[in-house]
Design a protein around this ligand. Structure first.
Ligand code: DMJ
Length: 461
């Protein structure tokens, strides 16, 4: 047996022995409440750091204690992304402060090119959920304005959007895109259609997603890179992580939120193929590998932090058996290298990209699995992850990403999704179910909650 294989088996055995088991004592209601308090205080700490050192900027640099903007102007990513977390956690003062910053400072009438996908999931998603929760019409007005400015991106020969659009001129750029950046508008644009009465938003978002679906391979898989002008695949590797993930997520969630049958069917077809061709078992657990979309042959045995979301969507869709298996691999990925690396090779057990940018997906999957199974093993998994973040990533001004999880060297970044998603799912994992009723709410991919309102928009096929 090769040394690498022996090492992999040994570390897998160690993890199996340390995977939180059923025999362990269950959390009492009091202990759950204490976990929630701990997460609320982490939120306050991160927000205090942002306010003190980065007010007016997109994000906080938690080590150098400065502000950081994505572009030449700020779009207040952190307050927009954080508002609904504060709201759900009952942090009223923080929610009020974040909302005031947004209504006073956010302006889309700027000559600035932006990345459509990120602006949509963070800003459009954040504004729409903030409006639904607060009923403040100024937030809806901002969302409408942003929606109008994003629409030119969809004017391509195929209907699949360009990656960048200028908010003032409507000028577009970059035709080499990917399923996530093409198909992740269904929820936000569908909500916007419901709230404005303008059917064009959902129409363009759905056309874009369906154009990807239509170009799936004979074995029902999508590739990683596609040209939105010609419709040709440029990278035919099929996987479920970066550049594809939320395309699948939105197909299922458009069904949940709007009852869209086409999207449900597309999800079912892809999901069946993903489970058939990508799902792989090794000693340490089950993972989704990477394959060629046409042949189904493995290209790279990589798995990473972003892939971890799939256990959650599987659980939400009712397939808790497969989701449990995947979550075992997710937990291994988190615990085998100190904290979760961005990517590792699950066959050789080696880390490929050692950074941890405070991502939520692994905790998000614990949340959905716990809600769907009531099995406290997922609380214990989540507790370990949350504890690692709160202790290893904490700085004087907030929480810092890891540059290298194996050495625990930090990097000077606190992405807005830390407050939008990571801390929100961490809290919801331990909070009473009534905090968020999953039969009434669908989270967008940035964890912004959208209300299921039957009278708003039911897509008929
Ligand atoms: C978030 O912006 C979203 O969850 C997106 O879908 C993937 N990447 C980050 C979090 O990891």
């Amino acid at each position: 047996m090769k040394f690498n294989t022996r090492l992999a088996l040994l570390s897998a055995l160690l993890i199996v022995l340390t995977v939180p088991g059923r025999s362990q004592i269950n959390f009492t209601e009091r202990q759950k409440a204490a976990q929630c308090e701990q997460i609320k205080s982490a939120c306050r700490h991160a927000w205090k750091g942002y306010k003190k050192h980065a007010t007016g900027f997109d994000a906080l640099k938690p080590i150098s204690k400065k502000g950081h903007n994505w572009y030449g102007v700020s779009f207040l990513m952190t307050p927009v992304d954080a508002f609904d977390t504060f709201f759900l956690l009952g942090l009223e003062r923080e929610a009020k402060e974040a909302k005031e910053m947004v209504v006073a400072g956010l302006n889309f009438n700027v000559n600035q090119e932006v990345q459509l996908f990120e602006i949509n999931i963070r800003l459009m998603g954040g504004l729409l959920s903030a409006f639904e929760l607060s009923k403040d019409e100024r937030l809806l007005a901002l969302a409408k304005d942003l929606g109008t400015r994003l629409l030119p991106a969809f004017n391509s020969p195929t209907g699949m959007p360009y990656r960048y659009v200028n908010l003032k001129t409507g000028k577009t750029r970059d035709s080499l895109s990917n399923p996530a950046e093409i198909g992740t508008y269904l929820l936000e644009f569908g909500k916007l259609t419901g709230l404005t009465g303008d059917s064009n938003y959902y129409r363009v978002a759905k056309k874009a997603a369906m154009e990807v679906f239509r170009r799936r391979s004979d074995i029902d898989l999508a590739g990683t890179t596609i040209n939105v002008i010609t419709g040709e695949w440029r990278n035919t590797e099929s996987q479920i992580g970066a550049r594809i993930d939320s395309y699948y997520e939105y197909l299922y969630k458009a069904w949940l939120l709007f009852g869209d049958q086409d999207c449900r069917q597309a999800w079912e077809i892809h999901n069946k193929a993903i489970k058939k061709h990508l799902l792989t078992e090794v000693a340490s657990g089950w993972y989704f590998t990477r394959v060629d979309m046409k042949s189904g042959k493995e290209t790279h045995s990589l798995y990473g932090a972003l892939d971890a979301f799939y256990a959650g969507i599987l659980a939400l869709s009712g397939d808790t058996n497969t989701a449990r298996k995947i979550q075992k691999g997710n937990y291994y990925m988190w615990t085998a290298f100190n904290m979760e690396p961005e990517e590792f090779n699950f066959r050789t057990d080696s880390v490929l990209y050692p950074e941890y940018p405070l991502r939520p997906e692994n905790i998000e999957s614990c949340f959905y699995l716990y809600r769907m199974t009531n099995d406290q093993v997922f609380l214990r998994m989540g507790q370990r992850m949350i504890n690692d973040i709160l202790t290893k990533c904490k700085t004087a001004a907030g929480f810092a990403a890891m540059k290298n999880v194996t050495t625990l060297e930090k990097s000077d970044s606190m992405e807005s999704f830390f407050l939008a998603e990571t801390l929100k799912y961490a809290y919801l994992l331990f909070a009473p179910e009534k905090t968020v009723d999953l039969s009434k709410v669908v989270f967008n991919t940035e964890a912004h909650p959208f209300q299921i309102t039957n009278d708003e928009l039911r897509i008929t096929n």
